[in-house]
Write a protein that binds this ligand. Structure first.
Ligand code: HEM
Length: 165
């Protein structure tokens, strides 16, 4: 004969522990685990390398001409622009490749990408553009404004003499 006080409890336990309830209980545990487990630290996306404002002399600017893995730079009135995004224009084989790694001021002012627009003596003073007219200087200012909107200024161009001072 069974014990009258324990029989209903045993029956109750047996009726709760049905396969469906066990599955539901397991699901509950899994859900609780997912809710409560510590989340992994957020992955911070890696941005572009920080831009350092540098002082370049004309010879130091030359390597940034698109013929290596370096960015493409040119100078306009002493400001060095990173024009890598315009690789089609300034990279090797591009229509304005002469400007890459050089002071492009005179060429832009005069609307010419000829070789003789570039400062010949890289060790001498910078081109002061003093012989240019009002129209040419205004044209240069237009280019400068356009580049300032489009590209990042990454440094300034000074002559070797100025850098030594
Ligand atoms: C034969 C005449 C020329 C034609 C048909 C021409 C055409 C073009 C075109 C279609 C663009 C692209 C514009 C854009 O997508 O924003 C461009 C860009 C440019 N042109 Fe010319 N161009 C000529 C002459 C010149 C000359 C003589 C210069 C000399 C300074 C020059 C300097 C530039 C520069 C610097 C850019 C690139 C601007 C940037 O980086 O956004 N172009 N040209």
């Amino acid at each position: 004969m069974s014990d009258a006080s324990t029989a209903p409890a045993a029956t109750q336990a047996a009726s709760i522990a049905t396969p469906v309830n066990l599955i539901l209980f397991t699901l509950l545990l899994v859900l609780a685990y997912h809710r409560l487990r510590p989340s992994p630290p957020p992955v911070i996306p890696k941005g572009p390398p920080p831009t350092v404002f540098k002082t370049f002399t004309p010879p130091e600017l030359v390597p940034f001409n698109g013929e290596n893995d370096k960015p493409i730079y040119f100078a306009v009135r002493g400001q060095v622009f990173d024009v890598s995004a315009g690789r089609n224009f300034y990279g090797p084989g591009g229509p304005y490749e002469n400007f890459a790694g050089r002071d492009a001021s005179r060429g832009l002012a005069c609307g010419s990408f000829d070789e003789d627009m570039l400062t010949k003596d890289l060790h001498g003073p910078l081109d002061d553009l003093k012989d240019l007219g009002e129209e040419q200087m205004s044209s240069l200012a237009d280019w400068e404004g356009r580049f300032q909107e489009k590209y990042l200024v990454v440094g300034k161009l000074v002559s070797e003499g100025e850098k030594k001072e």
